[in-house]
Design a protein around this ligand. Structure first.
Ligand SMILES: [Zn+2]
Length: 243
């Protein structure tokens, strides 16, 4: 099977790519979406530019080879682009062009906030509209074409602590965790104060302690932060899990 994986260089997509490479025989096509506003790359995309090549290099050296490509989405300022919209659209375009048999992204159980569910549902609508109506055939979009492909989220029920437990430390050290990073002298400097920096530091400590129940830990952490409804029923999913 040919699998397209939308990849950012963050913990979730890196762990998913690592598992796809080590636990499946799929032909893996990795795609990264870079974001620009007003002719400038967003700070997070600039930071990804730094962290992604070493991650890909590590995976090729220690796991196996795969294809890699990227695209850039440019939007006016003040327009908030949720990456999953881009995954639905760009990934959908790749799929109707026959790049792969299925698309996978990393969405994990911690992110069940209602706003995330809505964005994800819209992104899925974009993707499945393309599958329903678009088929690129001989370089032309054939109306009425239909592509039988799924958008799967194999890590949907896996939390970040599980992800850190599944990845080698060498690989964990390469991923981008900060949501507000700066690139200084070609290196990524994490802010150390954003929600992601703080949460990830806690997750990493917990991941090293096997006596900690990952699910309970995440629950407690989220409740303490006045977090979001953890067990909210989200968009119905019928995803196959990674073996
Ligand atoms: Zn940060």
């Amino acid at each position: 099977m040919k699998t397209l994986i939308m990849f950012s260089g963050g913990t979730d997509s890196t762990c998913l790519l690592y598992r796809m490479l080590t636990t499946t025989d799929d032909q893996i096509i990795v795609h990264r979406l870079r974001m620009m506003t007003e002719k400038r790359m967003t700070k997070i995309s600039l930071a990804e530019d730094v962290v992604v090549p070493p991650i890909l290099n590590w995976l090729r050296t220690n796991c196996r080879d795969f294809e890699y490509d990227e695209s850039t989405l440019e939007m006016p300022d003040q327009i908030m682009v949720y990456p999953h919209f881009g995954y639905g659209y760009i990934g959908g375009l790749l799929m109707i062009n026959g790049v792969a048999d299925r698309m996978v992204t990393s969405r994990i159980k911690e992110d069940t906030r209602p706003q995330s569910c809505v964005k994800y549902a819209v992104a899925r609508d974009i993707f499945y509209s393309l599958m329903e109506h678009g088929l690129v055939d001989g370089g032309r979009l054939r109306y009425g074409g239909k592509v039988d492909a799924e958008w799967e989220v194999p890590h949907d029920q896996i939390g970040k602590i599980h992800e850190y437990r599944m990845m080698p430390q060498e690989l964990i050290d390469l991923v981008l965790t900060c949501r507000y990073p700066e690139v200084v002298d070609g290196k990524v400097v994490a802010c150390q104060t954003c929600e992601f920096c703080v949460k990830v530091a806690a997750f990493m400590v917990a991941a090293k302690d096997e006596t900690i129940d990952a699910d309970l830990y995440v629950d407690a952490l989220l409740k303490k932060k006045g977090g979001f409804p953890y067990h909210t029923v989200c968009v119905p999913t019928t995803f196959r899990s990674v073996k």
